[in-house]
Design a protein around this ligand. Structure first.
Ligand code: ARG
Length: 583
């Protein structure tokens, strides 16, 4: 379906042409003076220069060519603006098309294309901490947005499961339980099926080893050596690694589930391992990779660089493959298995340089196709309510689960206090509201910006919050339920200004989603649904809906709020949360 602005522009261009002027002057914009008009065309001012006459003369001639049925107002005003207000009939027809088209008539521009969304980035054996909230929430939302546009969007968590944390755990475990068969290089039997540690053991072992690494050089060296041997395939270490994976992944899954974040693929850095040797060999053979101080590097600097872009390190002097290597090898795997048109990475923006380097390396060496789009969505930091980095009382990093729990407890208290639902529905309702508070609080900020986490503000039922959006949806749902079957009712012409404002908001859906996709900005969707919810609530306050005696009029109101509800629900689904039945 055409965007409304394009439709109006085409009509305006036809009018310019009919009046004897170049149609390219007919561009229409949303008015920046909503007190005067809804849309505006300033083309006559530019045309006047070309045709050497007064702009108002052109504007008048063009307006005379417009079809009056499309507009409540179509005025040429000094010095040569054309001010427009759409007619109710035009709007009603447009919204009726939106109502009956699949997905409100938004063009499926991604059909036939594949996009890998690399987000989440959890590290095995380490608990998720608050730094993992944003990549999970933003990534999930972008993936859903791609899916909405018809892309085959593949979310891949890209687990950190191949790095030093594994070597640290192995070295620490060896010190604690040297008698285990995993450490005996001569052991050839079957390793035990049961892991030598539990999840809570792991949660203690890793931080202990990580702290030790900083003060104990000998231990750090052993951990590095263990990481290297693991990567080389030492049997006993691979067996420990498998135990760690088996224990850690279900726990990561459980927390991502709580966030309603779901990955199509649970691949990790370790899955790139099989692709590394051949990739490295080729990069060497073709002269992309060169020796430098005992390491193997891929120079990616360009003459036009304003800042220094250091080479990508592929193999360190101790022989271990690192972050860039696994990321490049992962691209090899993705191209081979899925041949994506695009790869999108959602991580902290402090990783900008890393992605710049590997994107260049991948393009230069043909790991991806020349036309494969590579994008890094670098997000800012979530700080505490005081604007300072989030810390626990003892100065540690806050666990993601604790943050979710705090939000849940806060919301539950409200739900219980206000007796929002019967006891049996308290948990489900609470979970939905808490998730909306958390996600909307995050997504309503531009991804690149830092923001302050403010539990009370995010969870408020009024203001620019997730719960406010849910509340609006729930309110509409309850009106619709009282009315009875409504899905078949057609959209009618607006009966008052509030209805018209609401209808104008509805028309902005497609451009909003398109812009959000183009600029990887879910915050645009948040701003849109906040506006739409405001228009619904205004309409609701100013209009007697269920008590309206004229049944035809009433059916039109119901159709309109029904459409608004469907759009709100679609948008929050893209953002990654849903509305409860009651609130
Ligand atoms: N595990 C990484 C971290 O914690 C994030 C991974 C991001 N994705 C990627 N393909 N590098 O920083």
């Amino acid at each position: 379906m055409k965007r409304i602005l394009d439709m109006i522009t085409e009509k305006m261009q036809a009018a310019f042409e009919a009046a004897g002027y170049d149609p390219s002057f007919g561009r229409v914009n949303v008015s920046n003076r909503p007190d005067l008009c809804e849309y505006q065309c300033n083309g006559a001012l530019a045309a006047a220069k070309q045709y050497k006459c007064a702009p108002i003369q052109i504007a008048n001639a063009v307006v005379a060519q417009l079809d009056r049925a499309d507009y409540d107002l179509a005025d040429a005003v000094m010095p040569g603006f054309i001010n427009l207000k759409l007619s109710g009939a035009f709007l009603a027809k447009y919204l009726e098309q939106m109502r009956t088209a699949p997905d409100f008539g938004v063009e499926k521009t991604g059909a036939g294309q594949t996009c890998v969304v690399d987000y989440g980035g959890a590290n095995v054996a380490k608990p998720l901490h608050i730094g993992h909230l944003r990549p999970a929430i933003i990534g999930e939302s972008l993936k859903r947005l791609y899916q909405f546009f018809g892309f085959n969007a593949i979310g891949d968590v890209h687990l950190g499961d191949w790095g030093l944390q594994m070597g640290l755990i192995i070295a620490e475990l060896q010190d604690r339980q040297p008698e285990l068969p995993y450490f005996d290089p001569n052991f050839t039997g079957e390793y035990p099926v049961d892991p030598p540690f539990t999840l809570s053991d792991l949660e203690e072992i890793y931080p202990a080893a990580s702290a030790r690494k900083k003060v104990d050089e000998e231990f750090a060296a052993r951990a590095h050596a263990a990481t290297f041997e693991l990567q080389q395939g030492r049997r006993g270490y691979r067996a420990i690694w498998q135990h760690i994976m088996n224990i850690s992944i279900p726990d990561l899954r459980r927390i991502y589930d709580r966030l309603d974040v779901h990955f199509e693929k649970w691949l990790g850095e370790s899955d790139a391992e099989p692709y590394i040797p051949a990739m490295i060999q080729r990069l060497k053979d073709e002269g992309y990779a060169v020796e430098s101080d005992g390491a193997l590097v891929f120079p990616v600097a360009e003459d036009t660089d304003k800042k220094e872009v250091p080479p990508c390190i592929l193999v360190k002097s101790d022989g271990a493959a690192i972050y860039a290597t696994t990321d490049l090898a992962t691209m090899v795997q993705r191209m081979r298995d899925w041949n994506p048109d695009k790869m999108l990475y959602v991580t902290d923006k402090r990783q900008n340089l890393h992605f710049e380097q590997i994107f260049r390396a991948a393009k230069k060496s043909g790991i991806v196709r020349p036309e494969t789009e590579l994008e890094h969505v670098g997000h800012g930091t979530m700080n505490g309510a005081d604007g300072k980095p989030f810390k626990t009382r003892d100065g540690g990093v806050l666990r993601l689960e604790t943050l979710i729990q705090d939000m849940t407890d806060f919301v539950r208290a409200k739900v219980v206090e206000n007796q929002i639902v019967e006891e049996s529905a308290v948990e489900e309702t609470t979970a939905k509201i808490a998730l909306a508070a958390l996600k909307y609080g995050d997504l309503s900020n531009q991804p690149t910006k830092d923001y302050n986490f403010d539990l009370e503000r995010f969870a408020a039922f009024e203001g620019n919050t997730g719960p406010y959006i849910l509340y609006t949806i729930v309110r509409i749902k309850s009106i619709l339920a009282k009315y009875g079957p409504w899905e078949h009712l057609p959209i009618q012409e607006p009966a008052n200004d509030f209805a018209k404002d609401l209808m104008l908001s509805v028309t902005k859906l497609a451009p909003t989603l398109e812009n959000a996709l183009k600029s990887s900005a879910p915050n645009l969707i948040c701003a849109y649904i906040f506006e739409l919810a405001g228009a619904v609530n205004k309409f609701y306050h100013e209009t007697r809906i269920l008590t309206e005696e004229d049944e035809t009029l009433k059916a039109g109101y119901i159709a309109l709020i029904g459409l608004a509800k469907n759009i709100l629900e679609t948008c929050i689904h893209i953002l990654g949360f849903e509305a409860p039945e009651k609130m």
